[in-house]
Design a protein around this ligand. Structure first.
Ligand code: HEC
Length: 154
């Protein structure tokens, strides 16, 4: 964990002063691994909430509250996790080039998910199941809205 943070910090520092410099292969692979890890954890925390919203599993307000807090924290890592531009590297990724071609649009999508995550945290704090279900739907839509434009279709 410490080592991972150190490596990421170094990658960011190495990148900071030289905006146009390409990442070497090792840096690019670590950058992809880092952002996919953040998204993987977002998917892991979102999956049970989506299943609750669709009545596939029993609604569990305590779990909603826990996962909402995690999703709020994780979504705030997205901007940093995508800072490294890997367009020029030979990496296996579903991230489309348009992420770095239209950074303002991408940042707006991130902000939507941060806001929706915070909305779910607030809804969970009220204990109102209907409000939580609605907020889960809004959060899920914010994920899909970014995937539509910025992630390779499956
Ligand atoms: C701002 C854009 C954006 C938002 C918002 C976003 N994603 Fe993604 N997501 C991506 C991109 C781009 C990838 C592909 C990353 C790659 O392959 O390098 C991705 C990949 C993923 C993956 C696959 C990760 C892996 O293991 O490779 C999952 C799961 C995922 N997203 C879930 C979510 C969930 C759940 C949310 C909302 C809570 C969300 N995403 C919000 C852009 C976004």
């Amino acid at each position: 964990m410490i080592r991972g943070k150190f490596v990421v910090a170094c990658a960011i520092l190495a990148f900071a002063g030289t905006v146009d410099a390409e990442l070497n292969q090792d840096q690019a692979e670590r950058a992809v691994e880092t952002r996919q890890s953040v998204l993987h954890l977002m998917g892991w925390n979102m999956a049970p909430l989506g299943a609750m919203a669709r009545d596939r599993i029993e609604f569990d307000a305590a779990r909603v509250e826990t996962n909402a807090a995690r999703l709020s924290a994780l979504s705030q890592m997205m901007a940093d996790a995508f800072a490294a531009d890997t367009r020029a590297n030979d990496v296996t990724t579903e991230a489309l080039d348009v992420i770095w071609e239209q950074p303002d649009d991408f940042a707006a999508k991130i902000q939507n998910t941060i806001d929706a995550g915070n909305g779910l945290v607030s809804a969970a704090a009220t204990g109102d199941e209907g409000a939580m279900r609605e907020a889960i739907g809004a959060l899920g839509s914010s994920c899909g809205s970014c995937h539509d434009d910025f992630r390779l279709d499956d």
